[in-house]
Design a protein around this ligand. Structure first.
Ligand code: MRU
Length: 354
């Protein structure tokens, strides 16, 4: 039944952060280590570390590094922490987990500082908080897996997009966590993964994880999604999210909106799985990251696929409106329309978001 421990893509390793370089998967399993906040920021910008919850975990460890490397006592550490927070916040704008984790680290440090913590105390507190973010994400993912599994039937063919697996989280997966839980509970399921151009997180990362876990999988190009949903017996679509507004609008990898439209057209459910750290109850709109044109003009920066300098669009995410979202699976239960009420109740029951 292929039960292999899920990978932890970002971790703390005795004063340094260790991460698997996701740009090199599936060709090479390269683990990188650093004690530099700047290197962590670049790893997030270049997608060596990617996926909303994983960049939240990386943000926690990066700010731990900021304090661990600080000089000038507790005052110096607070200065380094605020500088580090600014740099980490500047890396990627869409996934709210990043901002949530940075704020959580700052809040903890400010509280400790107000209570007169020493530099040693701050170092310990930051590591404890970053580890809590990591541990809670795995717990949340496993709970999402259990709730989501109640929606999966024997024989389901699940179409997924991008990578919302262990690699994209602290180490289990959100929408992939549902697939993992269903498979581990013995259900006979099959996964169809889209390539997810232009950076191919589906082809490179999701297929790598599915193969590693022994879950039956088929790869398609993004443009085959409507055909696959109409002709290949797809029974549900299951995706992750980078930011979810209280009204149920879901930002996720570019192409997600198209899948939701097709799912509606063919009459199959479109599910989103995400931890509450991905829910942004304060914003009314979602900033969409626009990435370098070369990502579209070339195959992963290696081979040029078009005319040099052709104008391109490269939004990294799109927003699916709530009416196309059948349900949002969180660690506190499954939210359904109207989302203001269901998500509001779930967040309220948790006693606020932080
Ligand atoms: O640009 P990426 O690879 O960071 O985008 C990731 C996604 O869109 C994922 O679907 C999302 O973060 C959910 S991950 C659990």
């Amino acid at each position: 039944m292929g039960k292999r421990a899920a990978i932890r893509p970002v971790d703390w390793d005795g004063g340094r952060v260790v991460w698997i370089n996701q740009r090199n998967i599936p060709w090479k399993e390269e683990w990188r280590r650093s004690s530099s906040v700047e290197e962590l920021a670049r790893a997030i910008e270049t997608l060596e570390i990617r996926g909303a919850p994983a960049i939240g975990v990386a943000a926690g460890f990066a700010l731990t590094l900021a304090v661990w490397g600080a000089r000038g006592g507790a005052q110096g550490a607070m200065k380094a922490l605020r500088r580090g927070a600014g740099r980490i916040r500047s890396t990627r704008p869409t996934a709210v987990n990043l901002f949530w984790a940075v704020q959580r680290m700052l809040d903890r440090a400010e509280r400790m500082h107000d209570e007169g913590a020493t530099l040693a105390g701050l170092k310990e507190g930051m590591l404890e908080e970053a580890r809590a973010i990591q541990r809670e994400d795995i717990e949340a993912n496993m709970a999402i897996g259990r709730y989501g599994n109640s929606l999966v039937r024997d024989g389901d063919v699940i179409l997924t997009h991008c990578n919302a697996g262990a690699l994209a989280t602290a180490g289990y997966g959100t929408s992939y966590g549902v697939i993992r839980a269903a498979w581990e509970s013995g259900k006979d399921i099959r996964v169809i993964a889209t390539q997810t151009a232009p950076l191919y997180q589906g082809a490179r990362l999701t297929i790598w994880e599915l193969t590693r876990d022994g879950i039956p999988a088929t790869l398609i190009t993004d443009s085959m999604a409507a055909y696959a949903m109409g002709n290949e017996g797809v029974t549900k679509v299951m995706v992750g999210a980078d930011r979810i507004l209280l009204n149920g609008s879901v930002a996720n990898k570019i192409g997600t909106l198209g899948l939701a439209v097709i799912a509606k057209h063919v009459g199959i459910p479109f599910y989103v799985a995400a931890p509450l750290s991905t829910v942004d109850p304060k914003s009314r709109s979602i900033p969409i990251e626009s990435r370098a044109p070369e990502e579209v003009r070339t195959f992963l920066g290696k081979v040029r696929m078009t005319v040099e300098d052709v104008p391109v669009l490269n939004p990294a995410f799109d927003v699916t409106p709530p009416r196309l979202v059948s349900a949002i699976i969180t660690e506190r239960g499954i939210a359904r329309k109207p989302y203001e009420r269901s998500l509001g109740n779930i967040i309220g029951a948790r006693g606020g978001k932080g």
